[in-house]
Design a protein around this ligand. Structure first.
Ligand code: HEM
Length: 196
């Protein structure tokens, strides 16, 4: 559903700013939907801490994260399968930074998916398991930065003539920033304000 919503949004916003082949619409939608699902999964910590209404959604946390990871892996694979992108191109000086950030985020997400099971909790111990899963915020940070580098020219075009809704990548990067800010707010509250 999030993926189909992303496709429709991109067709009504991004594709109005600049024409997009369907292969790129699908690839961008995979990336945007994947990062949104990962943000939703990680943001549940802060949402449940500050607002009771979110408690009922915590059971979906693992599934949101795993689906998000699957879509991001599909995005990485699809990118490399497209004729306009090759490893050689992604490693060129103007692309290398975005590519390294993408690889760091991908490794963290795959590690998180690999330890999302009871066996890993018993082997690692609850404390280390939770610590490793917190690296998801680092993955969001690098994933969003990677998107920012790739899509900043499109955002600039939209800002010059905002004839449609903002590009989905801009919305997703803002959601990523809010997810990280929410985690920092949670940490500040737990560290300085909670006295029970
Ligand atoms: C090695 C793996 C990856 C590769 C090769 C890759 C490559 C790319 C490329 C080439 C674009 C630009 C697409 C275009 O405008 O034509 C892009 C966009 C994007 N990527 Fe990745 N990426 C990878 C991993 C990731 C990861 C791990 C994340 C997030 C956690 C991510 C999130 C995004 C987002 C949000 C966009 C913007 C989508 C849009 O245009 O709406 N990517 N990626």
């Amino acid at each position: 559903m999030v993926f189909i919503g992303s496709v429709l949004y991109i067709l009504m916003a991004d594709a109005v700013i600049t024409p997009l082949p369907w292969t790129q619409v699908v690839n961008d939608a995979l990336a945007d939907a994947g990062l949104l699902l990962i943000c939703a999964s990680m943001a549940l910590s802060g949402l449940c801490y500050f607002w009771d209404f979110a408690d009922r959604y915590i059971i979906y946390r693992k599934h949101l994260g795993l689906w998000g990871c699957a879509l991001i892996v599909a995005h990485g694979g699809w990118t490399l399968a497209l004729p306009q992108y090759s490893i050689a191109l992604l490693l060129q000086p103007q692309n290398i930074r975005a590519f390294i950030f993408a690889v760091i985020a991908s490794i963290i997400l795959l590690m998180m998916a690999a330890i999302s099971n009871r066996y890993a909790v018993t082997e690692l111990g609850g404390r280390w398991w939770r610590r490793l899963l917190r690296l998801g915020y680092v993955a969001i940070f690098f994933g969003a930065w990677h998107a920012l580098i790739k899509k900043a020219p499109l955002w600039a075009m939209w800002m010059e003539a905002p004839l449609s809704a903002p590009p989905l990548s801009l919305v997703v990067v803002l959601v990523s920033g809010m997810t990280i800010v929410l985690r920092i707010a949670l940490w500040i509250h737990q560290t300085f304000y909670r006295h029970d």
